[in-house]
Design a protein around this ligand. Structure first.
Ligand SMILES: Cc1ncc(COP(=O)(O)O)c(C=O)c1O
Length: 428
C-alpha cells in the first residue's frame, strides 16, 4: 500500500469522500488521489516521493509555477506583521487600485474569499441594481456551489453524475434560467419570454468546466447586445480566465466590456481569494455604501493580499508574459493535435492560450451536450497512463489543462512524447 492509499483510507473515515472538494477525488478515473507533500515551480511531489509535472496548478492560480520566490517572500513578510486583523489595511487599497488599473471595465472592486462567494455576491448586486430576480446561465458553466448556480453546472457536478444538488430547495433555483453555450437563439428565446425579469446573464467567457469550450465568433458580442437591449447586466465569470488569458482577462482578450466581473484564486497567488467588481453605479450599491448586503471577516486578508499583489505585479511587470505563455500553449496544444492525427485518432483538442483539453469524441465540442459525448472511460485510461509517467492532469474529462510559465520547452516536449507512447499502446 502506498502512503497516498493509506492516507486516503484514513481520510474517507473523517472527510466526506476523503477530499475537501469533489474535483480532487480520483473516483471518475478509477484511481486513489495522490496526497501532495510539496510543490516547486512546475512540479508537485506526493507523499510517496513521486514527482509530477503539474497541469492543474491548483486549478489555475499557479500561473507562475508553485512557490515563486517573490510571492513566497511577500507572504513571509506579511506573516511577520500579523495574520488577520478584520480591519482595513493598506494592501487592500493597493489591490483594488491594481485590479482597477488592469481591467478597464472594473471601476470598483470588493474582495471576498472564493470564486463561489464572488459569483454569489455579483448576482446579488445585479439583482439589487435591476430590481429583477432571474439570472441566465449556460449549461456546463460552473459558477461555484451557491444554491442558485447549481443548475446544469459543469466541473465536479458533471463527473459526479449529480444533475443538480440535493439540499437545494426548488425556490432557490426557480429564477435560474439555463441557455445553451454558443447558441444565441437559446438566449434570445429566454429573453423573449422573461426579458423584463432578467437581472443578468452570467457566463464563463471561455468555458473551462465542461472541458475547455471556446466562445464562437459573435457569441460574447451577442450576449452584450441582448443585455443592452433588455437592460440586464452582463457578468463575466473570470475565475479561470482572469489574469490567465491576458492582464485584462478574457474581456481584454476578446474586447468585450461586461458590467460585472468575478475573479477567484489567481488573484490570491495561491491563497484563498476572490473578488467581484465592475460598474461604479452597480458597485456603489454594496454595503456599507448602499443597500445590497455582503460581508466577510477574512475578506482582504493581509497575507492573501500580499501573495496576490506580488503575483499580479509580476504578471504586469514581466515583459511579454502573456504573449510568451499563450504562444507556448498554442504550440503545445497544436502539437498534441498533430500527435493525434499521426496516430489516426479522431479526438478533439480545444485550446486557447495556456488553457486546453482533449475530448475523447469525434464530434467538435462547442457546448455541454457535445462535451458529454466524450468517452470518459478512454479519458480515465489516458489519465492513469500519464499519471504513472509523471504527468499530473485534472482527474476528470471535464476540466482544463493549465500550463504554467515555469514549464520548460523540454518538459513539454517530453509530455508530447509520453502522449505519443500512450496512443501507441492504447486500446481505445
Ligand atoms: C468559472 C468558475 N467560477 C466559480 C468557481 C468557484 O470558485 P471557488 O472554487 O473558488 O469557490 C470556479 C471554480 O473553479 C470556476 O471555475
Amino acid at each position: 500500500m502506498t502512503r497516498s492509499e493509506m492516507l486516503f483510507s484514513e481520510a474517507v473515515k473523517v472527510i466526506p469522500g476523503g477530499v475537501n472538494s469533489p474535483v480532487r477525488a480520483f473516483g471518475s478515473v478509477g484511481e486513489t488521489p495522490r496526497f501532495i507533500a510539496s510543490a516547486k515551480g512546475a512540479h508537485m511531489t506526493d507523499v510517496d516521493g513521486n514527482t509530477y509535472l503539474d497541469f492543474v496548478g491548483s486549478w489555475g492560480p499557479m500561473i507562475l509555477g508553485h512557490n515563486h520566490p517573490a510571492v513566497l517572500e511577500a507572504v513571509l513578510e506579511a506573516c511577520q506583521e500579523g495574520l488577520s486583523f478584520g480591519a482595513a489595511t493598506e494592501r487592500e487599497v493597493e489591490m483594488a487600485e491594481l485590479i482597477c488599473s488592469l481591467v478597464p471595465s472594473i471601476e470598483m472592486v470588493r474582495m471576498v474569499n472564493s470564486g463561489t462567494e464572488a459569483v454569489m455576491s455579483a448576482i446579488r448586486a445585479a439583482r439589487g441594481f435591476t430590481g429583477r430576480s432571474k439570472i441566465v446561465k449556460f449549461a456546463g458553466c460552473y459558477h461555484g456551489h451557491s444554491d442558485s448556480m447549481l443548475v446544469k453546472a459543469g466541473s465536479g457536478v458533471m463527473t459526479g453524475g449529480i444533475p443538480d444538488s440535493t439540499g437545494v430547495p426548488e425556490g432557490c433555483t426557480r429564477d435560474t434560467l439555463t441557455a445553451v453555450y454558443n447558441d444565441l437563439k437559446s438566449v434570445e428565446d429566454l429573453f423573449a419570454a422573461f426579458g423584463s425579469e432578467i437581472a443578468a446573464v452570467i457566463v464563463e467567457p471561455v468555458a473551462a468546466n465542461m472541458g475547455v469550450v471556446l466562445p464562437e465568433k459573435g457569441f460574447l458580442e451577442g450576449l452584450r447586445k441582448i443585455c443592452d437591449t433588455y437592460g440586464s447586466l452582463l457578468i463575466f465569470d473570470e475565475v479561470i480566465t482572469g489574469f490567465r488569458l491576458s492582464l485584462a482577462g478574457a474581456q481584454g482578450y476578446f474586447g468585450i466590456r461586461p458590467d460585472l466581473t468575478t475573479f477567484g484564486k489567481i488573484i490570491g497567488g495561491g491563497m484563498p481569494v476572490g473578488a467581484y467588481g465592475g460598474r461604479k453605479d452597480v458597485m456603489e450599491l454594496i454595503a456599507p455604501c448602499g443597500p445590497v448586503y455582503q460581508a466577510g471577516t477574512l475578506s482582504g486578508n493581509p497575507v492573501a493580499m500580499a501573495a496576490g499583489l506580488a503575483q499580479l505585479r509580476l504578471l504586469r511587470d514581466t515583459p511579454d508574459f502573456y504573449e510568451d505563455l499563450n504562444h507556448t500553449g498554442d504550440v503545445f496544444f497544436e502539437e498534441m493535435k498533430k500527435v493525434l492525427r499521426e496516430a489516426g485518432k479522431p479526438w478533439q483538442i480545444n485550446h486557447i492560450g495556456s488553457l486546453g483539453c482533449i475530448f475523447f469524441t469525434k464530434e467538435p465540442v462547442s457546448n455541454y451536450a457535445q462535451a458529454k459525448t466524450s468517452d470518459t472511460k478512454a479519458f480515465a485510461e489516458y489519465f492513469s497512463y500519464m499519471l504513472r509517467q509523471g504527468v499530473y492532469l485534472a482527474p476528470s474529462q471535464f476540466e482544463a489543462m493549465f500550463l504554467s510559465a515555469a514549464m520548460t520547452e523540454e518538459e513539454l516536449r517530453q509530455v508530447l512524447e509520453t502522449f505519443q507512447n500512450y496512443l501507441k499502446q492504447s486500446q481505445s
